[in-house]
Design a protein around this ligand. Structure first.
Ligand code: MCN
Ligand code: SMO
Length: 785
């Protein structure tokens, strides 16, 4: 599928975000702001225990309570929908079906067991308290090792607790390890966290019996896919369903799932004949919104006498929680970690991986920005530092020694990387941090009892997920996107894309893509991101695909309109079409001074004056096109993070972040830098401050922001960001995606920085989070390597 080459005018410039005046002045419209006439409110009863058999449940007291219109248990809902299947088409994935409300067994704290519809949220919540149920507690399995060892069965659908098991080997791995001069290895742990978006989840459903029309408001990242799921699972006629996505305050992957709550509300609206609304509260979000990350990655490098990596072995074990998180699965963490990341930027001829994910009696684990890539990158990049230490090389030197230098490059697993600035990333970061000066300062400060550390992490990430790549990656639920571009009579343009935006600034960057293709000013383009599934089509804002896929569709649609304008301009200017160029709002004849007409005049003529038309002209100035790349586009980059450890408190203070990003052609440097800052800060959170903690019985302990530590601006360090641009030859304008890179690579840099600072204490940490208590223990010699 070809994409037009665009003459960049606004692409590459720091166009201010068109979304911001509205969002920053409190004029956005989020789902909680929307109220429908006659709406009722929904609240859920959630399981207080991790694992139990439901013996009896009686909702009559709830149903009799003031203001209650309806209450359902799992028994009531099961005939309407058995549940949501979670599964991925990767080797060894054993599916589960997640009921909309637990019917026979509850499998985790927070699992919905009943739903109440009432006049007000107060009435609904009060009525939830009246639930009358008996349950028999069952043994809970609450950690991955116990689940793998056969422990109690967490979910009866997975009798050996295995949700996933597989592996593969490429090249002669055994020989690499047998003949190795030395082997370095380690087991790395990424703790359980939450994406914790600023806005929690929310759903409003409105069903019209007369037309059988369903309107569903959801702050989902995948409106079109959700529409398809409502049809597939609940039988609503697809042509009668409209999913509406208002402004969304962050999704970060947590909203890239299909949730029981989203499926229940349409059923409730149909039953009560009135609109129903549910806004998740923060406690529910921390308990029942998809969790993220928790996994162990074991990794080993075979090193030859020269310090070259000759083989890599990885094994990932994920704690998936009680179910696969639909529509994907618990494979998203361990599978991505070992399949997509082990060789990274290094020239490693042999690679072998195994992966497994186990069910536990905890909240299901789903996607979170850079899913799986983060744990895989942490393991690979922290082991690279271990190897550097073992070889007496600097972290920069070791990476430079092993980096791939020639492109296109096919790694041991047959993944093809078309281009990249991998070596340059290492070199630029080394310069940015002024490594010799840092070493000098580090040793001077150590004399004074101060401990600073510098951590490096270099990554490569796939972007632009499409039908082809999602089939290849076993996702199977990602497909093309369309965009519609219309040139108005006054020469301005409206663009509609199929992707909803959660804060990425897509309305701004897509305007830039359209403006440059049409040759008009970016301020004259208005972009509607997927507000309604009635407009452009798409599969979702996931896998850093917006810039590539929506950008490609916008460029292709704008190109069709552009050719119409060129045809008419040629007619009006009595020139050959081949000589007409569109830039800066003008259609002009190449090489002929003064031979030009404004694009606005051309557009006006097309709409109102047949004499401007060439023969057989079809006057529509609106086009819809799709884009669906045949292969992944790989971005790359790296971070170097400077920290200081407080020997009194064990607190990790972040002094500075240096980032290099190569996402091909940058559409908007402000936005890309914002993505890096936000992602890195989330990475800092996931490394030092955040952990969803459970006790042994499976009770979750972190249910408010008092217990769950999000990083705040007072810990955010200053950033220095350097852009490298190695355009893709396959995407419109050469863009590659990057929205996940900060979180993918920052935790490895943080762990490496902390370990660098801990060098005088002869200890290497490999588990997150790096809480003050653990750092203090490391500094006092209580932890051994
Ligand atoms: N961009 C650019 N030039 C490039 C590449 C990207 O200017 N060469 C711009 C894009 O046009 C877009 C932004 O940077 O405005 C991110 O683009 P991209 O990498 O294509 O990612 P997506 O648009 O597909 O966004 C999804 C991605 C993912 S998967 C997660 S998770 C995540 C992320 O974006 N969730 C976010 N960033 C987020 N940022 C905010 N504020 N909120 C979220 O929920
Ligand atoms: S985790 Mo992003 O929604 O791919």
């Amino acid at each position: 599928m070809t994409t037009p080459v665009i003459a960049a005018r606004s692409v590459g410039t720091r166009v201010l975000r068109s979304e911001d005046p509205r969002l920053l002045s409190g004029r956005g419209e989020f789902i909680a702001d929307i109220n429908l006439p006659g709406q009722l409110h929904v609240a859920f009863v959630r399981s207080p225990v991790a694992h139990a058999r439901i013996i009896h449940m009686d909702l009559s007291a709830i149903r009799d309570a003031d203001g209650v219109a309806l209450a359902w248990s799992g028994q009531d809902v099961a005939p309407l929908c058995e549940g949501l299947v979670g599964e991925m088409a990767v080797e060894g994935c054993f599916p589960t079906t997640m009921p909309l409300l637990a019917k026979d067994e509850v499998l985790y704290v927070g699992e919905p067991i009943a739903v109440v519809v009432a006049d007000s949220r107060y009435a609904a919540e009060d009525a939830c308290e009246l639930i009358d149920w008996d349950f028999e507690e069952l043994p809970a399995v609450t950690n991955a090792d116990a689940a793998l060892a056969g422990g109690p069965v967490a979910n009866p659908q997975l009798s050996d607790n295995l949700g996933l098991k597989g592996g593969a080997s490429f090249g002669n791995v055994s020989e690499a390890f047998e003949q190795a001069d030395q082997v370095v290895q380690g087991r790395f742990y990424t703790c359980r966290v939450s994406a914790a978006p600023m806005e929690t989840r929310g759903v409003i459903a409105d069903y019209e019996w007369a037309s059988k029309g369903l309107r569903l408001w959801s702050n989902t990242q995948m409106p079109h896919y959700l529409k398809y799921m409502l049809t597939a699972y609940l039988g609503f006629p697809e042509q009668g369903v409209e999913v509406i996505t208002p402004d969304t305050g962050g999704g970060f992957g947590q909203k890239a799932h299909v949730y029981p709550e989203e499926m229940l509300l349409p059923l409730l609206a149909r039953e009560v004949g009135r609109p129903v609304k549910w806004i998740e509260d923060r406690r529910e979000n921390l308990i029942a919104g998809a969790h993220a990350h928790e996994q162990f990655v074991d990794i080993a490098y075979a090193l030859d006498a020269d310090g070259k990596i000759t083989g890599v072995r990885t094994d990932a074990l994920g704690d998936g929680g009680a179910y696969h998180m639909p529509p994907w699965s618990m494979a998203v963490e361990p599978w991505c970690a070992v399949v997509m990341t082990p060789t990274g930027i290094y020239d490693i001829p042999a690679a072998e991986y195994t992966y497994s994910a186990v069910a536990t009696n905890k909240t299901p684990v789903g996607a979170y920005r850079g899913v799986g890539y983060m744990a895989g990158t942490l393991a690979r990049e922290c082991l690279a530092d271990d190897a550097a230490r073992a070889l007496g090389m600097s972290p920069f030197e070791f990476r430079r020694h092993n980096v791939v230098r020639d492109f296109p490059w096919t790694n041991a697993q047959d993944i093809v990387y078309q281009e990249g600035s991998w070596l340059e990333t290492i070199n630029v970061l080394e310069k940015m941090v002024d490594y010799p000066a840092f070493l000098q300062r580090q040793s001077e400060l150590r004399e004074q009892g101060r401990y600073i550390g510098l951590g490096l992490s270099v990554f490569v990430e796939s972007s632009g997920e499409s039908t082809a790549t999602s089939q290849e990656h076993g996702l199977g639920d990602v497909y093309h996107d369309t965009a519609t571009v219309r040139l108005n009579p006054n020469g301005t343009a409206n663009v509609t894309i199929g992707l909803s935006a959660q804060g990425q600034g897509l309305a701004t960057t897509m305007a830039q893509m359209a403006a440059d293709t049409l040759g008009i000013n970016v301020e004259h383009v208005s972009v509607q991101t997927a507000r309604s599934t009635s407009h452009a089509y798409g599969s979702g804002t996931i896998g850093s695909r917006g810039a590539v896929v929506a950008g490609g569709a916008v460029a292709r649609a704008a190109d069709v309109v552009r050719e119409k304008v060129r045809l008419v301009a040629a007619n009006m200017l009595e020139a050959s079409v081949d000589d007409i160029q569109l830039t800066d709002g003008l259609a002009s004849v190449k090489g002929v001074a003064d031979a030009s007409v404004s694009i606005a005049d051309v557009a006006t003529s097309i709409y109102f004056d047949t004499s401007s038309w060439p023969e057989d002209f079809e006057p529509s100035l609106e086009a819809t096109q799709a884009y669906d790349p045949a292969q992944a586009m790989f971005s790359n980059g790296g971070h170097a993070i400077l920290v200081e450890l407080d020997p009194e408190t064990g607190f990790v203070r972040f002094e500075k972040v240096y980032s290099v990003e190569d996402c091909g052609t940058v559409i908007n440097p402000n936005i890309v830098e914002g993505q890096i800052r936000g992602g890195v800060l989330q990475g800092i959170g996931a490394s030092v401050f955040e952990e969803l903690a459970y006790d042994e019985s499976g009770q979750i302990l972190t249910t408010t922001f008092l217990d769950y530590g999000l990083p705040t601006m007072d810990v955010a360090p200053p950033f220095e960001i350097h852009h490298l641009e190695t355009p893709s030859s396959h995407s419109a304008s050469g863009v590659k995606g990057m929205g996940e890179s900060g979180l993918i690579a920052a935790p490895a840099a943080v762990l490496n920085a902390v370990n660098d600072a801990l060098t005088p204490f002869n200890v290497v940490l490999r588990d997150l989070p790096l809480t003050p208590q653990r750092v203090l223990k490391a500094m006092s010699g209580e932890l051994s390597t």
